[in-house]
Design a protein around this ligand. Sequence first.
Ligand SMILES: C[S@@+](CC[C@H](N)C(=O)[O-])C[C@H]1O[C@@H](n2cnc3c(N)ncnc32)[C@H](O)[C@@H]1O
Length: 461
Amino acid sequence: MPARRRRPSKATPRAPDRLPRNSAPVPLTIEHVGGRGDGVATAKVQLADQWAPRDELFFVPFTLAGEQVLARPRQRRGGGVATDLLELSAPTIGRQTPPCAHFMACGGCQTQHMAPALYRAWKSTQLAQHLARADLAAAPLRPLVTVAPGGRRRLVMHARRLAAGLVLGFHEHGAARIVDVTACPVATDRLQATLVPLRRFLFDILPSGTSARLWLTDCDNGVDLLIECAQTLDRAGREAAAELATGGTLLRLSWRHPEDGPNLAAETVIETRAPVVTFAGIPQTPPPGGFLQATQEGQAAIIAAVFEALAGRTNTLDLFAGCGTLTLPLAAEGPVHAVEGDGPALAALSRAARRRAPGAAALTTACRDLQTDPLTASELAAYDSVVVDPPRAGARAQTAEIAAAGPPRVALVSCNPATFARDARLLLATGYRCAWVQPIDQFLWSPHLELVAAFHLGAPR
Ligand SMILES: C[S@@+](CC[C@H](N)C(=O)[O-])C[C@H]1O[C@@H](n2cnc3c(N)ncnc32)[C@H](O)[C@@H]1O
């Protein structure tokens, strides 16, 4: 008789790095807080996927150095084991009451349990470790510029229409589930006030089972919203969108299908007034969902640091220029060439450039993929000052060309100290000196950190 074929199990297979849900809890003492904001502890234990006890590294969220905890192993991650915090037996004095009711469920923030002084020290320590890895341990590290709660002007949120309601919020820590969020203390008041009417609108227009991703931007004159959704917006949906905008909640609502990709212009469903952000007094309309620095305070600190790093410049190159956050202020004082890969952002910058007063310094732009097609050393020879502000992946190929060209002043702006450290080494290897590093904490209560670093070639200034 032929062997009976086993029917495939209907249960979702467990990811190979996930540990069984019923893994035994492990008592741990937290040794320090790591780069992702988790407490780190070591212990010799036998986990469910092992035959014998061995030394393991554990990551325990929402804990501080010195705390004793009970944690359930959840998943193998980066040479250690991510856990869920079950019990906190001995809290330390560095702990504060988290300001947000959604903390620990919502994946948006990781460190609201840290008191401010401890939080600032943790961020500075993380950066110092990255700098040491880049042979930048001796570079003057300036005090952290902090940003107050309520300053975040861009939110990327997720929504899912259920049969009985709507979930609008952020993903849960380490999971795909959306945590319903009614308030977000990092965000501006205007973004928070948008959530109630937005929730009602999404409930009305999305069919049950539909998901959407939302980019909310608090501009100078109101809120700009981009929705990415596989569903097309029908007539009733368009009428509801018009009502939402004319009611004063939004300036503009744009709609895009997930398969359209970021470079295809989103459809403007309704625009009551053009969204405006102002750089160096020049009004600018960013494309729907386009990049802006996360906070106004952080942006001001970045601009000030870039100006200082490039002091004495005569001809400036702005690489990864976005829609002109740095370009327009720099161009108020001298010629600038701005290069950016995102077509709609660059088009917005070019439009703003045409609005400048007659006789203003030259401002030219080019659309180019700087990761695959960086400006070459010979193209860079025309500039005495370069600012590089790449995405989190950094700008390895472009920095190598800058190092080869040797402009006297380079300002590296980064939202990822790890890729910054990698790229900075390329400059140091060709004789650049790091004059200072300015950390700017514009991603409050997250492990992310913004920084500007000044690199100079030649005699110290
Ligand atoms: C951190 S943002 C900085 C933008 C701008 N400097 C600012 O302060 O608003 C990084 C910018 O790099 C752009 N970018 C990402 N990948 C790129 C690539 N491969 N080539 C060129 N630009 C790219 C993004 O579109 C974004 O505008």
